[in-house]
Design a binder for this molecule. Structure first.
Ligand code: HEM
Length: 343
């Protein structure tokens, strides 16, 4: 199989079809003077660009990445809102931290960060080696590791939707290319090829949810677990019709169903590109690494506020960590990620 090209107008970590496994890494930069910190950031972005491009190439020199064909590594690098403000970087005006949400149990040691790197590949080994290489490169250039998190997907036939640990297909109603140009990628101008990643580490009460009767689980989501078909439709990719009613006047997709409360119809058509992974960090700590790309993080805030206190999924979820990053436009061959951050 061919390597996934590192260079391009947009970073491959967002544009390639979702891969089986991920590893997220976050770093902080020292806080000295703005001028010195800008210099450090330049150095770190240069080091990450070189390291990630080499690791993703046809023939990575590291022997640990040889022997199994091409690595099929993809990556993305983003900068956090606090760093952008501190250093006066040219990022979209919408880039901001998320507000607190009711029920949040966020561990700052597992979230936030000045720089975010998401690696994706077919296997855990490639990710571990690439994470080690990227971590060393960033650290040598002056960044301090903050947190890392690995995640995975079930085996899924190409072109079909992977499931999450509640057993539901997750990622069905994602924007098509035209909708993504409007809602996921930046507006025409300097940030056209950038996007914003919202990351939430959400612990799931898998046993508690599994104990619900099957028809109730389907009503919590508003789709059938077995085939992902909306309760108002006949095929997985039918649009959930949140206005359809039963003969008794109640909604077919219940008022508290997840796909009703997250429906773009309640949000002026706004859509985010969800590419979530599952995680397993021990018998009582399993869940979803919710990863969604959008033009403006307020898109997430609006949906999450609509979910809070209403979503039938909520009793089974705990949001444990959170991060926001401006995913930089891609690097041209010979270029460096983030070379347009400096105004
Ligand atoms: C749809 C599960 C958290 C936003 C869905 C679907 C499932 C699901 C099964 C239907 C299939 C699909 O279209 O992908 C979960 C689980 C979560 C979770 C298990 C937590 C562990 C969230 C959060 C948000 C969100 C935190 C945003 C604040 C959406 C959106 C859709 C969706 C926008 C598509 C709605 C549509 O266009 O029909 N989710 N979700 N989800 N979810 Fe979630």
């Amino acid at each position: 199989e061919a390597a996934i090209p590192f260079h391009g107008s947009r970073q491959a970590g967002v544009t390639v079809p979702q891969q089986p496994a991920t590893h997220l890494l976050a770093f902080d930069l020292p806080q000295t003077s703005a001028a010195a910190d800008r210099q450090t950031l330049r150095g770190v972005l240069g080091a990450l660009t070189r390291t990630l491009a080499t690791a993703a190439s046809d023939a990575p020199p590291d022997p640990r990445l040889q022997g199994g064909g091409t690595t099929r590594l993809s990556s993305l690098v983003g900068v956090g809102p606090a760093l952008a403000t501190r250093l006066g970087l040219d990022v979209p005006a919408e880039l901001a931290e998320l507000p607190p949400f009711p029920g949040d149990r966020l561990d700052p040691a597992r979230g936030g960060g000045d720089l975010l790197v998401q690696l994706c590949a077919a296997d855990r080994w490639t990710l571990t080696v690439a994470a080690e290489l990227a971590g060393t490169a960033a650290h040598t250039a002056g960044a301090a590791p903050r947190w890392s998190q690995s995640g995975f997907l079930p085996r899924t036939a190409p072109g079909t939707t992977p499931r999450n640990l509640f057993g539901f297909k997750d990622g069905t109603a994602n924007p098509d290319d035209a909708a993504a140009e409007q809602w996921v990628w930046g507006p025409p101008g300097a940030h056209r090829n950038g996007t914003v990643l919202v990351y939430r580490r959400i612990r799931m009460d898998v046993a508690g949810f599994a104990a619900l009767p099957e028809d109730q689980r389907d009503r919590v989501i508003g789709r059938r677990a077995g085939d992902g078909v909306p309760l108002t439709g006949t095929a997985e990719h039918d649009d959930p019709d949140i206005y359809a009613k039963n003969p008794d006047g109640s909604y077919v997709i219940p008022a508290t169903a997840h796909v009703r409360l997250t429906s773009p119809r309640l949000d002026g058509g706004a859509r985010m590109l969800r590419r979530s992974y599952s995680y397993d960090d021990g018998p009582t700590d399993r869940g979803l690494l919710f990863c969604a790309f959008m033009r403006d993080p307020a898109q997430f805030t609006r949906v999450q506020n609509r979910l809070a206190g209403r979503d039938a999924l909520m009793p089974f979820l705990t949001h444990q960590a959170s991060a926001v990053a401006y995913v930089l436009p891609g690097a041209a061959p010979g270029g460096t990620l983030g070379d347009r951050l400096w105004t």
